[in-house]
Design a protein around this ligand. Structure first.
Ligand SMILES: [Zn+2]
Length: 538
């Protein structure tokens, strides 16, 4: 190199550039800690892959070039394999399991290196102790969180159906502000759930304004994903527009056969909003079944108001029991039940592990209820009375799913959790979302180009979250990297056998450290806790 620094400032600048581009070997030892040689680089931008070498020093990508000849502490031949940025999952329920399995093997082994928590309006309040507890954990992957509108409302008002008073609204605003100051990336809502469902739009807007002022986004599990899905998309867009912040429809789907096809209209609404300057985006998971609790999916919100004791009291009273049952029948026929009790499968029941994997018709038979939707509604009431279960609901159409995945404003999010391996019968999305998009929707069905699929898992969510040093393969970016075999990458987890790790993911690197090697977890725990814009600005 023939650089001749002509001033101290220029010398400093050149040293900085050299550090970024890796041009100057350090005084002792090889210039790079890690060199990936000969892979197909899919850089996260959506541009076509190119062949190249990629060098890492510390936790940072320092050089990408057609060929890097300098020595490295560790050289890995990745010829024939694809290199992409580590995947960023914008919607997880990772606090279900992350403290039991801090390595989050189900995610890491798919190539996910960043998890976002606090979705669907549900987060710890306040966030600081939760974030401190995460800091104390030896993690494999990075984790950040949203602050939840439902949890805040529950804290201030309880789970009752009424608008807030001015004093309560002030208290909720202060809690959003505190959550953002603690490090949230924005405000999440679950307007489908109790108590989110009791929140008027205007109240959500007031809280969204606080998150927006502090640089956060709004991300929503909408009020209704079935009959009311179009109105709910309008509401989500309006909250972004009136709140003055980016807005996201999370896990977008159309639930219930009578409503299939409505994604044509919901996506048109998103396009129109973007055209007029509203920063509205979406995420989705690649499955035609959803998962949540049996009671939130099949019982009306009015039955759940006030908490479990009140729900049980309503079920004891014959006329309200009959009214609730009628709503359950409707939900099975037209909405989450997918028109057939066999389409509702129990994922886990804390009070009886043997029920996992059974569907509502099986439960009706076990309990000697009628072999009909009416009997399935009785089985549902019995389950709720025993103590609740998580369910899986097969009620989403493949055409809507593909249309939503293909949309340029849709990114990928799993809506999964960190399962205890082998326990219960969780939705396979926790083990398979990202590799299913790569294997099934990109390679096999060609719904997406591989590069576009990778963009939806990397640069796009990173941009959404303001994670400007992740999500791309570029010198200067954090070294979160996945190496996979494009011919073999696939999801092995099925609804029948969900506890199956991803296949074809050869190596995963987080912050410069290899966390998955030849398909198995290493001892490295380089994951960091990520903080949102208000805390970063402090
Ligand atoms: Zn949700």
């Amino acid at each position: 190199m023939n650089r001749r620094p002509f001033s101290a400032a220029a010398a400093g600048l050149l040293a900085g550039l050299a550090a970024v581009f890796g041009g100057t070997p350090s005084a002792q030892g090889p210039p790079y800690d890690l060199l990936l040689r000969g892979g197909r680089i899919v850089d996260g931008t959506g541009s076509p892959w190119f062949r190249g070498d990629l060098a890492v020093r510390g936790d940072t990508i320092v050089r990408i070039a057609p060929e890097i000849g300098d020595p490295a502490t560790r050289v890995i031949d990745v010829s024939g394999l694809t290199i992409a940025p580590g995947f960023i999952d914008i919607h997880t329920h990772a606090r279900r399991g992350i403290f039991e399995v801090p390595t989050a093997d189900n995610y890491a082994r798919q190539g996910v290196t960043t998890l976002m928590e606090g979705p669907d309006g549900s987060s710890p309040v306040p966030l600081a102790p939760f974030l401190a507890k995460l800091e104390g954990l030896k993690r494999s992957v990075n984790i950040g969180t949203f602050i939840g509108q439902g949890s805040i409302r529950s804290e201030v008002i309880g789970s009752v159906n009424r608008p807030s008073t001015a004093a309560e609204l002030d208290k909720m605003r202060a809690l959003v502000e505190a959550g953002m100051a603690d490090g949230a990336f924005g405000l999440s809502s679950g307007l489908f759930y109790v108590p989110g469902t009791f929140t008027p739009t205007s109240e959500v807007v007031e809280l969204a304004k606080v998150a927006g002022r502090l640089g956060g986004i709004y991300i929503s599990h909408m009020r209704n994903e079935a009959a009311g899905v179009v109105d709910s998309v309008k509401e989500t867009i309006a909250i972004g527009e009136l709140g003055g912040l980016p807005t996201q429809v999370t896990h977008h789907k159309i639930i219930g056969k009578p409503y299939w096809g409505r994604s044509v209209e919901t996506l048109r609404l998103m396009d129109e909003a973007r055209a007029r300057g509203v920063d509205a985006t979406l995420d989705a998971y690649p499955y035609t079944a959803s998962s949540t609790s049996i009671s939130s999916a099949l019982l009306p919100a009015s039955a759940l108001e006030g908490g479990r004791a009140q729900t049980l009291a309503r079920l004891k009273e014959p006329s309200s029991r009959a009214a609730i049952k009628k709503e359950i029948v409707r939900a099975i026929e037209e909405e989450r039940g997918g028109g057939d009790p066999k389409n509702v499968v129990l994922a886990s029941c804390g009070w009886d592990a043997s029920l996992a994997g059974k569907n509502l018709s099986d439960v009706a038979r076990l309990r000697s209820f009628a072999a009909s939707v009416d009997g399935a509604a009785d089985a549902t009431l019995w389950i709720v009375e025993q103590g609740e279960c998580q369910g899986i609901f097969h009620a989403i159409g493949e055409e809507d799913l593909e249309r939503i995945l293909r949309h340029p404003s849709t990114m990928i999010g799993s809506d999964g959790e960190v399962p205890i391996f082998g326990r219960a019968n969780p939705h396979p999305r926790s083990y398979g979302t990202f590799v299913r998009v790569l294997g099934v929707y990109a390679r096999d069905r060609k719904v997406l180009a591989l590069e576009e699929a990778v963009r939806k898992m990397t640069a796009f969510p990173a941009q959404r979250l303001g994670l400007l040093d992740r999500g791309l393969l570029r010198p200067g970016m954090k070294a979160d990297i996945v190496v996979f075999d494009p011919a073999r990458v696939r999801d092995a987890a099925t609804f029948e056998r969900p506890h199956q790790y991803a296949e074809g993911v050869v190596r995963v690197i987080a912050n410069g450290h290899v966390i998955v090697e030849n398909g198995a977890m290493t001892a490295a725990r380089p994951g960091v806790v990520l903080y949102g814009p208000a805390r970063r600005a402090r």
